[in-house]
Design a protein around this ligand. Structure first.
Ligand SMILES: Nc1ncnc2c1ncn2[C@@H]1O[C@H](COP(=O)(O)OP(=O)(O)OP(=O)(O)O)[C@@H](O)[C@H]1O
Ligand SMILES: [Mg+2]
Length: 268
């Protein structure tokens, strides 16, 4: 049974002056799939997801979203296409209450242009409840929330806008163990609702429990891709260490490497 592709990126090249951040990357996300995008510092993970969200334009390559081709995107268009980027430091306005943050830039108004405050609060409450955040008051200014709850608010925002693809760039980097667990639960809930996610992380032990497939970037290239079902966390750690040291996947894992089973640009 073949699933629909939400996103396909073909042969993406991105340069920053003399630095080549991405060197011909092929990447895809299918419907109802969580992709773990992993790799060392400077591998190009954030650059790739920023291109997907239209923060950067690629120098070369093409992006296909739900079957439609784009040379480049912009954040407004990405939103309209159902892609939301969740970032720990971005988007949220500390002094504003949760409900305002959830609807920021997409406020509901009546015919006269007045804000439909009660409706926005009600929808915010419903979205928070779906994530199990029932003790959170929609009136609370977000500056009083912990990092894990802030992620929750951003994911509520994604749910409110019916995003098909939620991109989380290092969502657990500054979180405690309990908060990390909470974020992993949000990602599982998104999957249960039929959504897709890209979970970017250095920490394979955070990404392993939630991802269906891993894409490993190294110095601007996708060096390997694996289904979670084919690997234990220890296997993944061994592969990551080998890639960091030698730039390649140990021989014994090569036959599981999906990267070798599709030709360049022909996964769809
Ligand atoms: N705006 C920029 N200007 C110049 N160089 C950049 C810029 N953004 C990224 N780079 C460079 O591109 C390369 C890839 O960076 P990127 O931030 O995508 O890596 P990353 O995999 O997200 O790393 P990390 O795990 O540290 O977040 C690095 O060499 C980085 O220094
Ligand atoms: Mg990064």
């Amino acid at each position: 049974m073949s699933k629909r592709y939400i996103v396909e990126m073909h042969d993406i090249i991105k340069r920053f002056g003399s630095v080549v951040a991405l060197r011909g990357v092929d990447f895809y996300v299918q419907e109802n799939e969580v992709v773990g995008l992993v790799g060392d510092n400077g591998a190009g993970k954030s650059t790739l997801v920023k291109i997907l969200f239209g923060i950067y334009a690629p120098d070369e390559g093409e992006i296909i979203i739900k079957g439609k081709k784009f040379r480049k995107l912009n954040p407004k268009l990405a939103y309209e296409l159902g892609i939301i980027l969740v970032h720990q430091e971005r988007i949220l306005c500390g002094n504003h209450p949760i409900w305002r943050n959830v609807f920021m830039g997409r406020e509901l108004t009546n015919k006269l242009g007045f804000l439909k405050i009660n409706e926005m609060k009600k929808i915010t409450y419903e979205c928070l409840s779906q994530l199990g955040l029932t003790r959170m008051q929609v009136e609370t200014p977000v500056k009083y929330l912990s990092g894990g709850y802030m992620q929750g608010v951003q994911i509520s925002r994604a749910l409110t806008f019916e995003a098909d693809l939620v991109v989380l760039d290092e969502p657990t980097i500054a979180l405690s163990l309990v908060e990390t667990q909470r974020v992993l639960e949000y990602v599982n809930k998104l999957r249960n609702k039929g959504k897709s996610s890209i979970f970017v992380s250095h920490n394979i032990y955070h990404v392993y429990p939630v991802a269906d497939r891993f894409v490993i970037l190294d110095r601007g290239r996708v060096v390997a891709e694996f289904y979670k079902k084919d690997l234990t966390p220890e296997d993944l750690a061994e592969i990551m260490i080998s890639i960091a040291r030698t730039g390649s996947v140990p021989e014994k894992y090569q036959k599981l490497n999906l990267k070798l089973t599709y030709g360049k640009g022909s996964f769809s």
